[in-house]
Structures are given as C-alpha cells and as structure tokens.
Design a protein around this ligand. Structure first.
Ligand SMILES: Cc1cc2nc3c(=O)[nH]c(=O)nc-3n(C[C@H](O)[C@H](O)[C@H](O)COP(=O)(O)OP(=O)(O)OC[C@H]3O[C@@H](n4cnc5c(N)ncnc54)[C@H](O)[C@@H]3O)c2cc1C
Length: 345
C-alpha cells in the first residue's frame, strides 16, 4: 500500500517507521525540521502513572516498545530514574496503577524513596519506578535514520478523497495514496477540517523553562508532577540534560490565551515558573538557562484520540511523547487495515 503520513513530529516519524517495517510505500510530509514543533527539545517525562487504568496499561505497552527502539538505536531512549506524582490526587493515580497491576508506592515528603529538588511539598506522593526521562534528542536521531529518504520537506495543503484514493496536494505537487494518516500537531485541525473531520482547534501557548541544578541536589533526580502548586495550577519537572532541570507550569489560562500572543504568554509563564523555583526548589537555581515553547490544544489531558473519514485517519492528543512507539504501531496497523483505533483515557 502507498501511504501518506502528514507531519514529521514524533508521532508521524514513528508511524512512518512502523509502516516501512510492514512493507508499505510511505511518504512523510514535513515542512520544517523533523520533530521541530511540539516534539522539540531534548527530553520529556515517561510514566506508567495515569489517572485511568487503561492508560497505565497502554503506557506499559509503549515502554516495552521503547525498549525495542533502544535496542535498535544502540542507546537507552528512556533513563529509568522513576517518576513521582504528588498532591491531593495522587491517591487516585495510585488506584489506577493498582487496577492495572503496575508496581508503585505511596509515600510522604521525607521518604527515602524520594529524590526530588525539594525537601517538602503538599500532599502524599505516588512513586512510579518505571517512569523516567525520555531522551528526545536520541529518539529524533533514531527515527530520522529509520525513515531515511521517505521524509519529504513539504507542507500538505489539502487532502481530498477521490475515486482512486487520497489526493495530497503540497504546493504545485499532488499525488494519490491508498491511505493517509494526519498527525500534524498544531496543524491537524485545519487539515482535518478541510477533509471533513472535526478535531479540537483551540490553541494555547505553553512554555517549559530550564534552570541549573545545584551540586548538592540528590542524584539521579526523579521526574516530578505536582498539583496544584502555589501560583501555578500544577507543574511537571525533570532533568533536561547534564545539570539542567526543566520546569513546565500550568499558569492561569487567561495568561496564555492564543489571542493574547506568544510573547506575553512566554513572559507570564517564565515569571511564574521562575518564582516557583525560587520559592519551592532549594536544589535548583532560579536562573533560566533554556526554554521550549509549543502551541498546544488545552484541556485534552492524557488521552489518545482517533477519527477516520474514508481512507483518512487522524490522531490528536496531549503528552503523546510517552506513547510515540505505541501510536506509531497503532496508526500503521489501522492505516493498512482501514480500522479506527479506540480512543483511550
Ligand atoms: C514543553 C513540552 C513539554 C512536554 N512534556 C511532555 C512530557 O513530559 N511527556 C510526554 O509524553 N509528552 C510531553 N509533551 C507533549 C509531546 O511532546 C507532544 O504531544 C508530542 O511531541 C507531539 O508530537 P506530534 O508528532 O503529535 O506533534 P508535532 O511534534 O508538533 O509534529 C507535528 C508536525 O506536523 C507538521 N505539520 C503541521 N502542519 C502540517 C502540514 N499541513 N503538512 C505537513 N506537516 C505539517 C509540523 O511541522 C510538525 O513538525 C510536551 C510537549 C511540550 C512542548
């Protein structure tokens, strides 16, 4: 089968690689750098911990596939330092872990099982020992190698279903495919709408900021999800390279609206996250040294979403990095057999 994959983020590259392994003739359309938009940056958090048991099970499947990728890449793609989820909701996450049969511990601040950049925090904490740091930099190199010359540097302007297949128009070029997968991140909703498939279109600005880790911090630090945190609705935090601690904060949504503009949103996020670091993280210097920005769809949460119209399959969601290997397999299978994967989360 001849398949078009629209978008060369981590999801599109993973789907392209999975389609190639199944013998398909694939072209992946990407106008910019591969993994240069929502998949940009060096690292992300992996966790089995989710609030729904079905997502815990899927994350476990994805972790096994990361292991297969690591073997083929010849390098660990997840540093298994563990992930901690703290706050009033931690018990609900633990229930989901228990229902899914996943190893976990519930502890309080001060537990010897914790290696965090803070000594104290609100609420109990769930320790997910299978969690850790996803090495995005390594995944980018691995996937770009896997897809090779199947990457076409072009923006897909429109997809149309015709009698002979899906016609993809990119500038003055057009070509027809037996199937198409749309996984274009922030570009998905416009492209899908043109093909008659409705997906969430609202966008919000989001910023993650990195800070130096002080030499006396525990090591290796665990990834950490906190909710809620003072002045922020929640944070996610993890090591982002040697000596660097990444903190993403959910700020008041009114400060990061699409209409308000990227610059104002970045400034508000930077100020809120830096103030949080200064007040709550004694093992981190409140001196910003790096940033990762993205335009994301608010309110989707941890979930995997799929829609199909004829031969066109669309996927969308948030926090998809941890599911990238699984999503690639799922999309490849569905593109080839014409099915629609079930939503999860
Ligand atoms: C700061 C930050 C922190 C995050 N933290 C985590 C985390 O800890 N754990 C986790 O699992 N996830 C996390 N995520 C989310 C995760 O990184 C994203 O969900 C994932 O990378 C999305 O990949 P994607 O391929 O769907 O989208 P993208 O990487 O955005 O790829 C889509 C691609 O489509 C291309 N495109 C758009 N329009 C078109 C078109 N018309 N034609 C062709 N191509 C097009 C774009 O150029 C883009 O490269 C985080 C994201 C950010 C930004």
């Amino acid at each position: 089968m001849k398949v078009a994959v629209i978008g060369g983020g981590v999801v599109g590259l993973s789907a392209t690689a999975a389609l190639l392994r199944r013998g398909a003739d694939v072209r992946c359309y990407e106008p910019g750098e591969p993994m240069g938009e929502r998949s940009a940056g060096d690292t992300r958090i992996f966790r089995l911990a989710h609030i729904h048991p079905d997502m815990v099970v899927l994350a476990d499947q994805s972790r096994a596939l990361f292991g297969e990728w690591s073997e083929r890449a010849g390098a660990a793609l997840v540093d298994q330092v563990g992930t901690v989820v703290s706050g009033a909701e931690a018990g609900r996450w633990a229930n989901a872990m228990a229902a899914a049969g996943a190893a976990h511990e519930m502890v309080e601040a001060g537990s010897p099982l914790l290696r965090l950049p803070a000594r104290d925090f609100a609420g109990p904490a769930l320790v997910d020992p299978a969690g850790g740091v996803i090495r995005v930099d390594r995944i980018r190199a691995f996937l770009v190698g896997e897809v090779g010359n199947r990457l076409r540097q072009a923006r897909a302007d429109a997809l149309d279903e015709t009698d002979s297949g899906v016609r993809v128009t990119a500038g003055t070029d057009s070509d027809t495919f037996d199937a198409a997968v749309i996984c274009a991140g922030a570009g998905t909703s416009a492209l899908a709408a043109g093909a008659g498939i409705e997906t969430p279109s609202a966008l919000e600005h989001h910023l993650r900021v990195s800070f130096p880790i002080r030499p006396d911090a525990p090591a290796p630090l665990q990834c950490w999800i906190t909710e809620p945190a003072d002045g922020l609705l929640g944070t996610y935090q993890h090591q982002a390279g040697p000596g660097s601690w990444a903190v993403g904060g959910d700020v008041d949504p009114a400060l990061v609206t699409w209409a308000g503009g990227r610059q104002a949103a970045e400034q508000a996020s930077l100020a809120a996250v830096t103030a949080h670091v200064a007040e709550h993280l004694p093992f981190v210097e409140p001196r910003p040294i790096g940033r990762v920005y993205c335009a994301h769809n608010p309110d989707l949460g941890d979930g995997l979403r799929f829609a199909r119209r004829g031969r066109m399959l669309v996927t969308y969601g948030e926090n998809l990095m941890k599911f990238a290997p699984l999503l690639g397999e799922t999309l490849a299978r569905a593109a080839l057999d014409g099915s629609t994967p079930a939503d999860a989360g």
